[in-house]
Design a protein around this ligand. Structure first.
Ligand SMILES: [Ca+2]
Ligand SMILES: [Ca+2]
Length: 484
């Protein structure tokens, strides 16, 4: 239920030891179970709660995205690329995304809901990497909950044009009524007054250009993280970096929150040499500038969403409702929330709205701070889309909590984006180094803890393209991967 990346680390000499982390997605029983010709069999169990595969409604499924890192003799961590994948429990479908993403997906091979648990074995060709035997090898396997968004047509914009929302241009700027813009392929989209368009505002974007065929438009299927990245996920990432990379991506440093104390619930602390820690592992990770977000996604073998994919992830293929939020209606709770179990994995809201939409926004959270990921699904009185805040496909917190940074339609360096994923490796200094990934001009979507409700609307583009990469208490991280 929580959006943690849980990793499990093992030395070959300690095969029987397994660590379990929290109550979200878990990796356990990690061990080398065979070895032949310098190719090792690596086996483990991945399990999480509230999994689904549906044949009606959205007709989609959730999945674990699994990737590994290894190091030898305490050296630098490197990504693991697996030769072959095998589901040994018989109930999982395994799927590898396009190169260079180093991980793979595991999901239900049949319709069902509830707990998922898969026993998996993958083959790792360590000999090809020049690794001399397994005795000094340490491996960590990470798992992230994701949601499959199927291929299909949909619409962007909701029929209103305030907030520089997308609409179908009809040649005259002021002509009403406005229609959403339908996307029914990955073909080139022209941005002009006769095609995809939006009205000009301070951060709307340049109203120019075209989206090449390679730019992900949301028609093709993709996987989207079920939750915003948590602080534990960030710390797990940070603690696999080299000292040079850590100096670059230190959220406690001047490019982040510039403090080791808890600030707006960012509780990440780092003394410059020991592993970084957080006392709020389940709370969404904030204070990350664009460059930090992109580094995380490159390391994990993921990529940013485009703002078109963001609207698809929220709305699905159904007809847009003017002013709708990620849960598909315009209803939204307006009274401050009370927390129980604050700071724990079981952090919950004791007084969620009933029969209306729930989200963290407009000062409704204690001290205007972000909440733990997945809190609304866990707290809802009725498990409706409104009360859980869930999107059409079951993706959480797409409206509110932290802002969703997406690749914009409205900036030239963003329109060159091709949807290439990271390869699991950062530059020596710690930056993402994926072709055509922009780090400025991004679209800040879905609103956040301190913002008014209109900014939480699915189609709102008040920050359709924002010029700089800044560290804010209200910006977070969410990753995607194009479906193979
Ligand atoms: Ca959000
Ligand atoms: Ca890279």
């Amino acid at each position: 239920m929580q959006g943690k990346t849980h990793w499990l680390s093992v030395f070959i000499l300690l095969l029987t030891q397994a660590q379990l982390f929290g109550n979200g997605i878990e990796v356990s029983n990690l061990q080398f179970t065979g070895e032949a010709g310098n190719v090792a069999d690596l086996s483990f169990t991945v399990a999480w709660e509230n999994s689904w595969r549906l044949d009606a409604g959205p007709g989609n499924y959730d999945a674990a995205y699994i990737f590994g890192k290894y190091r030898t003799a305490g050296g630098d961590w490197q990504p693991m690329y697996f030769l072959t994948l095998a589901g040994t429990s018989g109930n999982a479908t395994l799927e590898r995304p396009s190169a260079p993403a180093p991980g793979f997906f595991a999901y239900r091979n049949a319709v069902g809901t509830g707990n998922a648990s898969f026993n998996l074995t993958v083959q790792w060709d360590y000999g090809a990497l020049g690794v001399d035997g397994l005795s000094n090898v340490e491996t960590r396997i990470f798992a992230v909950e994701m949601v499959h968004v199927p291929e299909g047509a949909f619409q962007v914009g909701d029929g209103s044009i305030n907030g520089s929302k997308f609409y179908q241009g009809e040649g005259e700027l002021t002509r009403e009524p406005f229609s959403p813009y339908r996307i029914d392929s990955e073909d080139v989209i022209y941005i002009d007054i006769d095609n995809l368009y939006y009205i000009d505002s301070t951060y709307s974007g340049d109203q120019l250009g075209l989206l090449p065929a390679e730019y992900p438009k949301g028609f093709a299927g993709f996987y989207c993280m079920k939750y915003e990245v948590s602080q534990q996920q960030w710390v797990d990432f940070f603690n696999t970096l080299t000292p040079t990379q850590q100096a670059t991506l230190d959220v406690t440093g001047p490019n982040g929150k510039n403090s080791d104390v808890v600030l707006d619930r960012n509780a990440v602390s780092w003394d410059g040499s020991s592993p970084a820690t957080t006392s709020l592992p389940d709370v969404a990770m904030n204070y990350v500038p664009n460059t930090f977000m992109l580094a995380y996604l490159d390391w994990a073998g993921m990529r940013p969403l485009t703002e078109l994919e963001y609207e698809k992830a929220c709305r699905g293929p159904i007809i847009p409702v003017p002013g709708e939020f990620a849960w598909g209606t315009t209803n939204i709770h307006g009274t401050a929330y009370t927390l129980s179990g604050a700071g724990t994995a079981a952090e919950a809201i004791t007084d969620p709205g009933v029969g209306t939409g729930n989200a963290a926004y407009s000062n409704l959270t204690p001290d205007v701070d972000p909440l733990r990921v997945g809190i609304f699904a866990a707290s809802a009185v009725n498990t409706t889309r409104e009360e859980t805040g869930g999107s059409y496909y079951g993706i959480m917190e797409l409206s509110g909590n932290l802002m969703e940074r997406c690749i914009s339609v409205g900036a030239v360096q963003n329109r060159s984006y091709t949807g290439l994923t990271g390869d699991g490796r950062l530059s020596e200094t710690g930056w993402a180094n994926v072709s055509w990934w922009p780090n400025t001009g991004l679209s800040f979507r879905g609103g956040s803890i301190g913002q008014k409700s209109s900014l939480l609307q699915v189609s709102d583009r008040s920050y359709g393209s924002y010029s700089s990469s800044i560290s804010l208490s209200s910006n977070g991280i969410r990753g995607a991967i194009t479906a193979p």
